[in-house]
Structure formats: structure tokens, C-alpha cells
Ligand binder design. Structure first.
Ligand code: B12
Ligand code: SF4
Length: 442
């Protein structure tokens, strides 16, 4: 559904470059690079180390790339990403991965690079995973021990082909994503962000990065990937005031919860260039919202949706089908909600028990099940499909319902017309047609 810049690798690249190392960044998907060309480019650059960012769910596809590249050139491999906080030992079982870093403290990476090839010093680097012969060592690092984003350089977007990025609903190119803070103070039971420490950057620091994007990279649209951009109301207003004061003519979009929005915020954000709010709704059924520990009232959510519509802002709603406690009635309520509210777009997924979430722990405690995701990382061929939790619906039924909801939402005449007129007709057909096919086929 688009190509989004690899923000975390841009952070890593900027940090190691500032420390005096040379670095290059290859986004194989966006550069549409055949494997042979990738190998040729790595050979030409001749690095000492290759780094990969890994997520738990994409672990095996990434591992296949790592193995193939290693077979072709044999350069040591370093892995990072939030996944390493959850499953470092299982990851290091795969001998194609030589090193790993746990957590987002950039000091781990820098200390490792400074001491590269001095294995006797590795034991003193917190958060580093490494192997010596057949022995793997994992130096722990607490999840609360996080990087202060105000102290590290802005992401190295100069290493990206910024003009190639965009999602299927963005309006302008060049497009990028940005983070103004990490973590979330809420405790939704399906979400792993509850584990991350909450760190917010200052308004000045955020707008400095926006200004850099605008002036240095010609970026004209930003999608803020913060879990909830408006967590700190005062900070949000200051960011907007600063964008307006500096006269930065950029458009932007945010994700947030409906209960973190009010009329003044919408007005000020719109004046500063915000044109779409993406609301994490999840369910149209109060009983399910309570079960998710969402801590929101469905009537308040509706009120905020109409308020957003009143200010002529675009809206996307995120929904999950097959949540714990889901039955025919709650499913119908969610589908009716998605179709009856004035959303411009929706994103629907089947509920999944993700590692690090309260539901995943609850599921394992109640059923005595082994750690599915640990087993998956160890060997995906030996794991059976993860079931849904606390609902009689099988996952296949919910996957079918997800596709049906997408089709019912997007194939309505008013939505088709709105999409056709939102861009030129060819762009609309290629973007939405392709996105819809992807949603329905995958
Ligand atoms: C922005 C974002 C995206 C963007 C950009 C992703 C990117 N690669 O930068 C997009 C939209 C593409 C995206 C997609 C996905 N994402 Co995402 N994403 C985020 C988000 C919100 C911020 C990431 C970020 O830039 N953080 C700031 C940086 C500095 O922190 P960091 O990512 O932890 O990186 C630090 C360290 O981990 C480490 N590090 C990371 N990678 C590497 C690599 C090397 C070599 C080294 C040395 C170090 C290193 O160094 C960094 C600096 O300290 C996080 C949540 C969060 N708050 O972190 C989720 C998060 C990383 N995403 C997640 C998921 C699940 C996904 C998807 C699988 C979703 C999906 N179903 O498609 C895809 C996977 C895409 C992919 N190919 O990796 C999960 C991962 C969970 C897990 N168990 O692995 C997270 C943690 C959200 C969550 N709480 O569930 N994501
Ligand atoms: S779902 Fe959203 S609000 Fe809830 S804990 Fe996760 S990031 Fe926070």
C-alpha cells in the first residue's frame, strides 16, 4: 500500500555517521533492485559490516535475504529493531546473524563499532549480542533504558530517494514519515507500545526537523508515525504555532485516539497544515472496547468523528475484527460503525496476538500454550497457526470478513467518486485499484 521510509535505519545511519563512520543505506524495495544489482552495489561499497532492521513478524523473510547475501559475500551481519528486545536468544540461534543490539540506546551501536573485532571487549557493552565459536552471549539492556531523541541527529534522509516514497492516500511528493515521540501512556491489551518508554521531543526540536525536511530534502508532506500525536495537548499546540510562525508550507497527517482530540486542537492543527487524522477506533462495540482496555466511550468517539468532519479534515479509521470477546453482535456493530461513520478511508486487520502484549500473556497463562513467537523465530515450519483468543471465530472467518469490509467500504459510489476526484483519474485508478487488490488478495 505504498513505500514508507525506513526511519529507524535513517536514525542509525545518522548516528554512526556523526561518530565518524562511513555508512550507506539501501532500501531494496523502493530502489526496485534485483538481487544481483544489490550484491554488485555492496561489493563496490565494500563495507566491514551489514546491518538489518528486524521485526518479529517479518523475521523469516529478512533472514532469507540475510542468508542469500551472506552466501554471496560473507560480510558479518548486525541485527537491530524492537524485535531484538523480545527475542534476542532465538534470533541469535540463526548463525547467519553475527551480532545484535537490544533496545534503542545508540550507545550500544557506537560502542560496538568502536570496539569492532575486539571480541574481548564485547562483554562490557550492555545490549550487545554476539557469538564466539558456538557460544552466543547476550548482554541484557532494560527496555526503560532508552535514547533521548533530543540528543541524536535527525534521520539521514539524504541516503534515501525521498521522491520515491509515499503511501496510497498521501497527496504530495516528496513524502516522509517522522516521529516526535515514542511510547504511549495508555494500556490497551492488544498493543506492544505499552512496553516502550514514553519520550517526547520538544516542539522546537520537532519543527527544526520539519524545516530540515522542507528546505534540505524538498519534502512537502509528512506522516507523523507517533502512536498518538496529541498525547501532550500543550506540546501539540506549540508545534503548530511554531510551524505557522516559521511559515513552513507543509501538509501533514497524524494518528491519535479520539479522546485526545478537541475542537481547538483540530482548528489549530488544520491551520498548521494537518489534513488527515487517523483514529485508532478498533471496534464499534462498547463491550469489546472495554475488553481491549481501550478506556474510551463509543459515543464520545462518534462525537469527535463528526467534529473532525465538521472541520473538513480527512479521516481514516483503524479497525480490528476477531478481538477477544468478539461475537456476531459485536462484529456487526463494528462493521456498521465503519460503514456508517464519515470516514474517507479505513484500515482493517484481523486481530493477532502480538508478542509483548497483555492479551498474549493472558492467552498463554490461560491456555498454557508455549511462546508461539519464540518458536516462530526459531523455526517457522514447526509452528501451527496462532489461534484467535476468547472468541469462537476461526482466523479464516475473520480474514474473509476483513476483505468483505474493505470491498463494502471502498466499492460504494460515494467513495469511488471521492477517490476519482481526489487525484487525476489515472493516479486514482492505479493507486486505489492496486491498493484494493493488495488488500483483498493478501
Ligand atoms: C515508524 C515505524 C514504522 C515505519 C517505518 C519502519 C522503519 N523501519 O523505520 C513503517 C510504517 C514502514 C513500519 C512498518 C512496520 N512496522 Co513499524 N514501527 C514504527 C515505529 C512507530 C517507530 C520506529 C522508529 O523509527 N523508531 C525510532 C527508532 C530510533 O527506534 P527503533 O525503531 O527502536 O530503532 C532503534 C533500535 O531498535 C536500533 N535499531 C533498529 N534497527 C536497527 C538496525 C541496525 C542494524 C542497528 C545496528 C540498530 C537498529 O537502533 C535504533 C536507534 O537506537 C515503531 C514503534 C516505536 N515507537 O518504535 C513501530 C514498530 C517498530 N513497527 C512494528 C511493526 C510490527 C511493523 C510492521 C511489521 C507492521 C506491518 N504489519 O506491516 C511493518 C514492518 C516493516 C519493516 N519492513 O520493518 C513493531 C515491531 C514489533 C516487533 N515485535 O518487531 C513496532 C515496535 C510497533 C509495535 N509496538 O508493535 N513501522
Ligand atoms: S493502542 Fe494506541 S493508545 Fe493503546 S496503548 Fe497502543 S499506542 Fe497507546
Amino acid at each position: 500500500m505504498g513505500a514508507i521510509p525506513p526511519l529507524n535505519l535513517c536514525y542509525v545511519a545518522a548516528t554512526v555517521r556523526q561518530a565518524g563512520h562511513e555508512v550507506d543505506l539501501i532500501d531494496v524495495q523502493v530502489e526496485e533492485m534485483p538481487f544481483e544489482d544489490l550484491i554488485a552495489r555492496i561489493r563496490e561499497y565494500n563495507p566491514d559490516l551489514l546491518g538489518f532492521t528486524i521485526t518479529t513478524y517479518l523475521f523469516h523473510p529478512v533472514l532469507e535475504w540475510i542468508k542469500a547475501i551472506k552466501n554471496a559475500i560473507g560480510i558479518p551481519v548486525l541485527a537491530g529493531g524492537f524485535h531484538m528486545c523480545l527475542y534476542p536468544a532465538e534470533t541469535m540461534v540463526h548463525s547467519a546473524i553475527d551480532y545484535g543490539v537490544i533496545g534503542d540506546r545508540v550507545e550500544t551501536i557506537l560502542a560496538f563499532l568502536e570496539n569492532f573485532a575486539h571480541i574481548e571487549r564485547y562483554k562490557d557493552i550492555p545490549g550487545l549480542c554476539y557469538r564466539c565459536g558456538d557460544t552466543v552471549t547476550i548482554n541484557p539492556r532494560s527496555l526503560n533504558d532508552t535514547t533521548d531523541f533530543r540528543t541524536i541527529p535527525f534521520p539521514a534522509r539524504d541516503l534515501l530517494k525521498n521522491e520515491r516514497y509515499g503511501n496510497f492516500i498521501c497527496k504530495r511528493k516528496n513524502f516522509t514519515v517522522m516521529l516526535t515521540g515514542t511510547g504511549c501512556p495508555f494500556q490497551c491489551k492488544y498493543c506492544a507500545s505499552t512496553l516502550s518508554h514514553c519520550v517526547m521531543r520538544s516542539p522546537e526540536n520537532v519543527v527544526d526537523e520539519i524545516e530540515e525536511c522542507y528546505n534540505k530534502y524538498g519534502i512537502r508532506e509528512i506522516d507523523f508515525y507517533d502512536q498518538s500525536f496529541t498525547i501532550d495537548r500543550k506540546r501539540t499546540l506549540k508545534i503548530c504555532e511554531e510551524i505557522i510562525r516559521r511559515k513552513i508550507k507543509i501538509i501533514w497527517t497524524i494518528r491519535t485516539r479520539a479522546d485526545l482530540i478537541d475542537e481547538e486542537l483540530l482548528v489549530v492543527m488544520k491551520a498548521a497544515g494537518m489534513y488527515r487524522v487517523m483514529y485508532g477506533i478498533e471496534s464499534g462495540d462498547q463491550r469489546i472496547l472495554d475488553r481491549l482496555n481501550k478506556n474510551e466511550d463509543i459515543e464520545d468517539i462518534k462525537r469527535v468523528i463528526y467534529l473532525t468532519k465538521k472541520h473538513k479534515l480527512q479521516m481514516l479509521g483503524f479497525f480490528m475484527l476477531g478481538c477477544p470477546g468478539e461475537d456476531n453482535e459485536s462484529l456487526k456493530n463494528t462493521i456498521d460503525f465503519a460503514l456508517s461513520m464519515p470516514f474517507d478511508d479505513i484500515q482493517v486487520t484481523r486481530f493477532t496476538l502480538f508478542p509483548g502484549t497483555a492479551f498474549y500473556n493472558e492467552y498463554r497463562e490461560r491456555t498454557g500454550a508455549a511462546d508461539y513467537w519464540a518458536d516462530y523465530v526459531l523455526d517457522r515450519k514447526n509452528v501451527k497457526r496462532l489461534p484467535l483468543f476468547d472468541t469462537s471465530f476461526p482466523p479464516e472467518d475473520m480474514e474473509r470478513e476483513v476483505k468483505r469490509l474493505y470491498l463494502r467500504f471502498y466499492l460504494r459510489p460515494k467513495i469511488i467518486l471521492r477517490k476519482v476526484f481526489s487525484h487525476n483519474i489515472i493516479t486514482s485508478f492505479t493507486r486505489y485499484g492496486k491498493a484494493l487488490c493488495d488488500m483483498v488478495i493478501n
